[in-house]
Design a protein around this ligand. Structure first.
Ligand SMILES: [Zn+2]
Length: 485
């Protein structure tokens, strides 16, 4: 068995969520009637002149800063020349020599947040999207839709720092979470607003020289990317182990067959004949502008996950969910700050019952009546045993419906647990008298019957006994029973 190092680098395209396109005022919107939002500029008709969308540059800088890049204060746009039916002007305005953002890194959290890894970046440059070629199943013809032509993009180019499917998946999730948090893209892979090309090669363990790489183009989802990587590592391993040579190819991953299909054999390097875009000036950015954008960036997803884990002692999964749904994350923090209840318990309620009810109603937390103050009060009632956990669920449902004190709900619905010692003792005595086997087993040292006994008492009290008091009483009776014999 040979051992290999897996070397993976990614190019991730992220469409920027600006109102208009990169170089014209056409609407930047997914879908729509084919060719309903395109003009002579995004089609590159002779005699037209592009204009730079300032917002797109601002978003790209924001993304670059969040990925720890240096921003070039003078940046140039270049023409990348190639012919394709969905690119009528035969070039894309991209960046070659002086990209907007250089170096930088994206930190990914691995091992349930116990480890982290820096994935270094080569650059983040700005680009415009091409149109879409549509192969019709109906009439077998090929159509072109230019609605996507000229949509602003950034391309995040990593160094080959990744080495397995989990790292690729985490890297893509980190980019997605970061871009969503910045508000620069919706990152919908199913709509193509985030797309990834994955380059993979294998080399004998420890070898310096890189192996021949293959590129998997345009994977459709983050999970597909992970599966495609697994398939490709396996495929290259098999070739190398049987003494073969990996051929440099472009692959397309198929979800249906869970396999990578060769889309193109690269026998020559594509020559794009880059040159400076003559219709657009160099972009000058001041340090003040950069700092202004930097100051608009809030806490980033991974920082939030790590903080939730350390500050509130939450497990990674909870911290991740509360980061992902920032409304719930904010509500959690608001409640945790005013309450003495263990933060993990608060997270359990928000991610459990509260989320379940919201899902059922298909609504957001903001439109429910639940306040941090009321959730806190309800949780404290459980903590001091005035109500049971089950009663808490009923109360939460009510608190989400109307602005009402949790104590009042408990009173109205008769949910308070009884702490009446006389009543509890009577019930305990009656239960033990009816179930003599409990005392017998307890005397034989089977102390776990205590739980069963308390449960039986609880049934008689219809769940409304204070379990802590009840447990003390039953235990006392059982111990006395032993002594009196
Ligand atoms: Zn246009």
């Amino acid at each position: 068995m040979m051992e290999f190092d897996v070397v993976i680098g990614l190019e991730v395209h992220v469409e920027l969520k600006t109102e208009s396109k990169m170089y014209c005022s056409c609407k930047n919107e997914f879908g729509g009637v084919a060719n309903s939002h395109c003009c002579e500029i995004c089609l590159g008709m002779p005699g037209t002149l592009p204009n730079i969308n300032k917002k797109a540059i601002e978003y790209a800088i924001k993304a670059g800063l969040a990925c720890n890049c240096q921003i070039n204060t003078t940046t140039k746009l270049d023409r990348k020349n190639y012919f394709y039916p969905d690119l009528p002007k035969s070039y894309q305005i991209s960046q070659n020599e002086r990209p907007l953002c250089v170096s930088g890194f994206i930190e990914i959290l691995l091992g349930n947040g116990t480890k982290s890894k820096k994935v270094n970046l080569v650059q983040i440059h700005i680009e415009e999207d091409s149109g879409k070629t549509i192969y019709s199943d109906v009439d077998g013809k090929t159509y072109v839709d230019f609605n996507r032509s000229g949509v602003p993009l950034i391309e995040i180019v990593s160094k080959p720092d990744l080495c397995d499917a989990i790292e690729v998946k985490t890297y893509l999730e980190t980019i997605k979470n970061t871009m969503l948090c910045l508000g620069v893209s919706d990152c919908k892979m199913q709509e193509g607003s985030m797309r990834a090309d994955v380059n993979i090669s294998l080399k004998p363990k420890g070898a310096l020289k890189l192996g021949t790489r293959c590129e998997i183009k345009n994977v459709g989802s983050i999970n597909s990317a992970a599966r495609a990587v697994e398939c490709e590592i396996k495929r290259q391993k098999e070739i190398l182990e049987s003494g073969g040579k990996v051929e440099q190819v472009t692959l397309k991953y198929s979800d249906e067959t869970n396999a990578n299909i060769v889309a193109r054999r690269k026998d020559e390097v594509v020559e794009y004949r880059y040159f400076v875009e003559p219709d657009l000036p160099a972009i000058e950015i001041t340090n003040e502008e950069i700092e202004k954008i930097r100051s608009s960036i809030g806490e980033l997803p991974n920082a939030k996950i790590s903080r939730f884990m350390s500050e509130y002692e939450l497990p990674y999964a909870d911290a991740y969910l509360l980061m992902e749904e920032h409304e719930k994350g904010n509500f959690f923090e608001e409640t945790a700050k005013i309450s003495n209840v263990k933060p993990k318990k608060i997270a359990n309620w928000i991610l459990g019952d509260v989320s379940r009810i919201l899902n059922k109603q298909n609504s957001a937390l903001a439109s429910s009546k639940l306040t941090a103050q009321n959730l806190k009060k309800m949780l404290e009632m459980i903590e001091d045993n005035s109500i049971s956990n089950t009663a808490g669920k009923t109360i939460v449902e009510e608190l989400m419906e109307q602005d009402i004190e949790p104590e009042l709900v408990a009173k109205q619905k008769g949910l308070f647990q009884t702490s009446d010692l006389k009543l509890l003792e009577d019930v305990a005595k009656a239960t033990l008298a009816e179930n003599p086997q409990i005392s017998e087993l307890f005397e034989k040292g089977k102390t776990n019957v205590l739980g069963f006994a308390v449960g039986e008492c609880m049934k008689r009290l219809k769940g409304k006994g204070n379990p802590v008091l009840l447990k003390d009483i039953v235990l006392k009776l059982l111990e006395e029973g032993g002594k009196s014999e």
